[in-house]
Design a protein around this ligand. Sequence first.
Ligand SMILES: [Cu+2]
Length: 173
Amino acid sequence: MKKTLFLMATVALMVASCGDNKKSEESSQTAEQAAAEAAAPAQSQETEAITVNLEGTDQMTFNIQEIKAKAGQTINLTLKHVGQMAKNQMGHNFVLLKKGTDIPAFGMAAMEAGLEKEYIPNDGKDVIVHTKLLGGGESDTISFKAPSEPGSYDYICSYPGHFSLMKGVLIVE
Ligand SMILES: [Cu+2]
């Protein structure tokens, strides 16, 4: 038991020293506090967060087609539109779909939802998480937990016509 606590504290220190933007909020946090915070969600999240730098281009491509994560692992994902075209001509987003979603049907519904809904149909009922819709030069960062159920989860760009090229899979182990 002591060993476990020690490990938790070590992990907490590692997390704390990794220093993301949370740190600025509580810079005077002690190691004990950090350990206590880390211990609380330790059941489902004993692994470090992963960072994904996804890029969308004017050629309608994603640079990453496969993301691997452990169940419940925190994923910090940044989508950057590295092209120059406007959001209403070549908009890109990252949309992680629930298991079993019919992608062509979702794509059709997304088109009907339109630009003002950022091509997220039905108030997002088929969506686990998504970024904003971006134009050239823009980026958006989201932080979420990988689903607790292992398996493959499709992600797409839901801008009309993009999902056949701009797609990938999140593999949860
Ligand atoms: Cu796109």
